[in-house]
Ligand binder design. Structure first.
Ligand code: ADP
Ligand code: MG
Length: 567
């Protein structure tokens, strides 16, 4: 056993630890769920690695999680014989920020605290999981001993959760990881329970970790006829939640499972539990989160669902099962007839996976559709958080375009507060209106004041105000909604007069042409190459002139986007 070396936590980690130590979460019991969740992941990983690599020097004969207590020392140890961590892993995963978005979270929280905005900070905290660090809610010292499967040497990590941690080599560490908590004194008022008591552990495991697929064992004492016997008891039922029938699963169970698979501490917005039987069987338990991760629109974000084959964990972040535009969906897919050895590359070619992919997309979109009718408030949350991502599907997923349009919402001149569906837009269309009008740009305020809008507003036509960058692109591809063409108010000629009025006004038009002919000609020569044509228009009511694009021109925003991309 080597000498202990002291290291400093990365500054964001230190901030996060401070928050934890100063007890930001009211429910302290959840530290156990977090440690068990990590242990369970480590067991999944070991089983998988030993399947893939038959030469791996690891014992997989009795994979389990053990809770060990010492009432005299007041310690609780959560032990697993899973994959373990190398010394570098420990430094990287425990000493620094492993979770994407942590830095962002710490920054936002500091802002809220500085602004003394208590509602924002409690809201933020409630939704942000601190994982391993949650141990410091109940312990004033944490010792982690770990050895990576296949490696000889182990590592001991210890910290008081303040500025520093200590690392030490250990020679005789068992395979896997043990986390020992030196518990703070029991304080029922502060929700610090006695975590050395069997009944406390039993009830926490029941509530938060029952579905964990590995046995969670603890040693129990039984008094019978005056003699005390000790026995090992398994605290969880180990039933895979997705394999059970939805009628017998409570909302709490779904929520706890969601937290385990998503590493997110908030409640899911919607649960999608489905199975397919027949030639190709699978079960899926998917969730729409209630909040977008901060990195939803970044390239390197974590995405995808967990893939299992007959209850055996195969991979997390499986991106082949769902399209990019549904990257926010979390959960588990369990396939019956896939090989346990399937690789990420092989998955992409697999016909069964492709079939599953198609069915799951349909299920998810159908679920969003029913969310809209059943629970408009939740749907509004969904749309605010994930609408931008979903609209990418209008471009990439031509097969489901109609459904995506159906479940999408758009800001419109009809109501400044609530976005509208295209269906509702159509129902409000004026007599004689043949198009769904829209305008694209960078902000609602700018669009509302755009001269292109004048005639439409004067006529009482509703116009969709599209301000997401992706809107520029999909409107080009999507010609119509349910047979009604989409038309930009800023492009081409827009016929605002119904056909029968045209004849009536032709005399008027001829008169105006004569009156303004010289002006148009003069403008045309002055502007020269900069414009294609100068013409009289019926679209303006108060502004004297406006620039319109040709039917097939790129819009100003797109032009900027292309220029920014160097094209
Ligand atoms: P998260 O689980 O969301 O990634 P945690 O803070 O809970 O965040 O854990 C950080 C990382 O530390 C994990 O992703 C994992 O790589 C590693 N880790 C934690 N506990 C264990 C364990 N018992 N065995 C192996 N690795 C672990
Ligand atoms: Mg974790």
């Amino acid at each position: 056993t080597g000498k202990a070396e002291t290291f400093e936590f990365q500054s964001e980690s230190r901030q996060l630890l401070q928050l934890v130590v100063h007890s930001i979460y009211s429910e302290k019991d959840i530290f156990l769920r977090e440690l068990i969740s990590n242990a369970s992941d480590a067991l999944d990983k070991l089983r998988l690695e030993s399947l893939r690599d038959s030469g791996l020097d690891a014992d997989t004969s009795d994979l389990h999680i053990a809770l060990e207590t010492d009432t005299a020392e007041r310690t609780l140890t959560v032990r697993d014989n899973g994959i373990g961590m190398s010394r570098d892993d420990v430094v990287e995963l425990i000493g620094t920020i492993a979770k994407s978005g942590t830095a962002e979270f710490a920054r936002k929280l500091k802002e809220a605290n500085d602004a003394k905005d208590a509602t924002v900070s409690t809201d933020l905290i409630g939704s942000f999981g601190v994982g391993f660090y949650s141990s410091f809610m109940v312990a004033d010292r944490v010792t982690l001993v770990t050895r990576r499967a296949g490696e000889k040497e182990g590592t001991r990590w210890e910290s008081e959760g303040e500025g520093t941690y200590r690392l030490q080599r250990v020679e005789d560490a068992p395979q896997g990881t043990s986390v020992t908590l030196h518990l703070k004194p029991v304080d029922e008022e502060d929700n610090l329970h006695d975590y050395t008591a069997e009944h406390t552990l039993r009830s926490i495991v029941r509530r938060h970790s029952d579905f964990i697929p590995w046995p969670i064992r603890t040693e129990v004492e039984r008094e019978e006829d005056g003699t005390t016997t000790r026995a090992v008891d398994t605290l969880n039922s180990m039933k895979a939640l997705w394999g059970r029938s939805p009628e017998e699963i409570s909302e709490e169970e779904y929520t706890e499972f969601y937290r385990h698979v998503s590493h997110d501490w908030s409640d899911p917005l919607r649960t999608i539990h489905t199975r397919a039987e027949g030639t190709f069987e699978y079960q899926a338990l998917l969730f729409l989160p209630s909040r977008a991760p901060v990195d939803l629109h970044q390239q390197d974000a974590r995405r995808g669902v967990n893939l299992y084959v007959r209850r055996v964990f195969i991979m997390d972040d499986c991106t082949t099962l769902l399209p990019e535009y549904l990257r926010f969906v979390k959960g588990v897919v369990d396939a019956q007839d896939l090989s346990l050895n399937v690789s990420r590359e092989a998955l992409q070619q697999d016909r069964q996976i492709q079939l599953m992919h198609r069915r799951l997309v349909k299920k998810i979109l159908a679920s969003v559709k029913s969310l809209r009718t059943e629970d408009p408030e939740r749907y509004a949350t969904f749309w605010r958080e994930f609408g931008r991502a979903l609209k990418e599907g209008l471009l990439s997923d031509a097969d489901n375009r109609a459904t995506i349009l159906e479940v999408s919402s758009f800001a419109s001149t009809h109501d400044a507060e609530a976005p509208t569906s295209l269906r509702a837009y159509k129902e409000r269309m004026k007599e004689g209106q043949e198009h769904i009008y829209y305008v694209t740009g960078t902000s609602r305020a700018r669009l509302e004041n755009s001269p292109h809008m004048e005639a439409f507003l004067a006529k009482g036509y509703e116009v969709l105000l599209l301000t997401d960058p992706v809107d520029e692109v999909w409107v080009e591809q999507v010609g119509d909604f349910d047979g009604t063409p989409l038309q930009s108010v800023a492009k081409g000629r827009v016929d605002l007069e119904p056909a029968d009025k045209e004849a009536e006004e032709s005399e008027e038009a001829a008169r105006r042409k004569e009156e303004f002919g010289p002006l148009l000609e003069w403008l045309g020569t002055r502007l020269g190459e900069q414009v294609k044509e100068v013409r009289l228009s019926a679209r303006l009511t108060t502004s004297p002139a406006c620039i319109v694009g040709d039917e097939f021109d790129v819009t100003p925003t797109l032009e900027k986007m292309y220029r920014a991309m160097g094209q």
